[in-house]
Ligand binder design. Structure first.
Ligand code: G3H
Ligand code: 13P
Ligand code: ZN
Length: 354
């Protein structure tokens, strides 16, 4: 078994200057594809499941699917991460079912819609850290609210973003506040707001610095050089996938995601975890549309899903290679949760100043 924690994985990524794509898993096929891509590129694996995915799959099925992935590829270090936990109880139930890392997203209240007060974020996140670190489990926090700098609006389409409008300063993580937040909570990784948002409709044009604020990431990294930064909403929304969907009965208005070059720039400034869900969904659903349009009499769901699996493998392999985690899997010797808990207890992994 090569289960690994987020902290150990991102420490290795930081020491070796690469980024880890964190792939959202929504069903068996997406999980299998991510694992094949990792195996073919000798990459460590960072799997994440949202609360919505947990509900869709069911915790019992999900934990067994995860364990099947870990056992099928015993030579690959695999981190199991909860995406956007909304409160302590959600994070604890994930820890109980075998996740080695949880995100406590205290940038929003427990309803996952209302932007929270800073003090609320600190206290909720710190209480998750206390419980998790005692078990050797890692914690990702979030400071700043994800949303569009172009329009000031949230991201209701994914069901967990805020509704309505926010000011530009609320949509960008403040570097000084980030420093204070990490010191106060001792999170292992920090998700930051820099103009990205979940889903396909991130930007109405190829993003420039005014709407994708990579300089804010650089400023946060200058204040927190030893803290692993996380970029949410980091799908590229590639044109070829928009075309694939639209050429086979879909209707996706022209849109733009986060260019891979911008992610690479972020990796040079401390971004270690890069969240990708939308690209996988587009590859899968576009391929299903194409297959069904070309095979009108088919109802074999295995045949319908197979081309999507192949496209997801290709996409994930490209991300592994571009972000630099390809070739790293066999260089990591995973520590157990007990070993990680001992390190936290000894104060080895607490916040370190620049
Ligand atoms: O956090 C954002 C991911 O895209 C998860 O989305 O809640 O629909 O699974 P979801
Ligand atoms: P995308 O919607 O850009 O894939 O982002 C996913 C994400 O941030 C999950 O937490
Ligand atoms: Zn996210």
């Amino acid at each position: 078994m090569a289960l690994i924690t987020l902290r150990q994985l991102l420490d290795h990524a930081g020491e070796n200057g690469y980024g880890m794509p964190a792939f959202n898993i929504t069903n068996l096929e997406t999980l299998q594809s991510v694992m094949v891509a990792a195996d073919e590129t000798n990459s460590p694996v960072l799997l994440q499941a949202s609360s919505t995915a947990r509900k869709y799959i069911g915790d019992h099925f999900l934990s067994h699917m995860f364990m099947a992935a870990v056992e099928t590829y015993p030579h690959l270090p695999v981190c199991l991460h909860l995406d956007h936990g909304n409160q302590l109880s959600t994070c604890m139930s994930a820890m109980d079912m075998g996740f080695t890392s949880v995100m406590m997203d205290g940038s929003l209240e427990a309803d996952a819609k209302t932007p929270s007060e800073y003090e609320y974020n600190v206290s909720e996140t710190a209480s998750v850290v206390e419980v998790a670190h005692a078990r050797g489990i890692s914690v990702e926090g979030e400071l700043g609210v994800l949303g569009s700098l172009e329009t000031g609006t949230g991201e209701k389409e994914d069901g967990h973003g805020f509704e309505g409008m926010l000011a530009r300063n609320q949509l960008l993580t403040d570097p000084l506040e980030a420093l204070d937040f990490v010191k106060a909570t001792d999170v292992d990784a920090l998700a930051v707001a820099c103009g990205t948002s979940h889903g396909a409709y991130k930007f109405s044009r190829r993003p420039s610095g005014d709407i994708l604020a990579m300089d804010v990431i650089e400023q946060i990294h200058a204040k927190l050089p030893n803290t692993h930064l996380v970029m949410h909403g980091a799908s590229t929304v590639p044109q070829y996938l928009q075309d694939l969907i639209n050429q086979h009965g879909g209707d996706i208005p022209q849109t733009f995601g986060v260019p891979l070059e911008e992610v690479e720039r972020g990796i040079k400034s401390g971004v270690r975890k890069i969240n990708i869900d939308t690209d996988i969904r587009m590859a899968m659903s576009g391929s299903m549309r194409e297959f069904l349009q070309n095979n009108q009499s088919s109802f074999d769901i295995r045949a319908i899903l197979k081309p999507g699996k192949a496209r997801v493998v290709t996409l994930c392999k490209e991300r592994n290679e571009r972000f630099g985690c390809a070739g790293q899997a066999d260089k990591i010797k995973p520590l157990t949760l007990v070993q990680m808990a001992d390190r936290y207890a000894a104060g080895i992994l607490t916040y370190r100043a620049a």
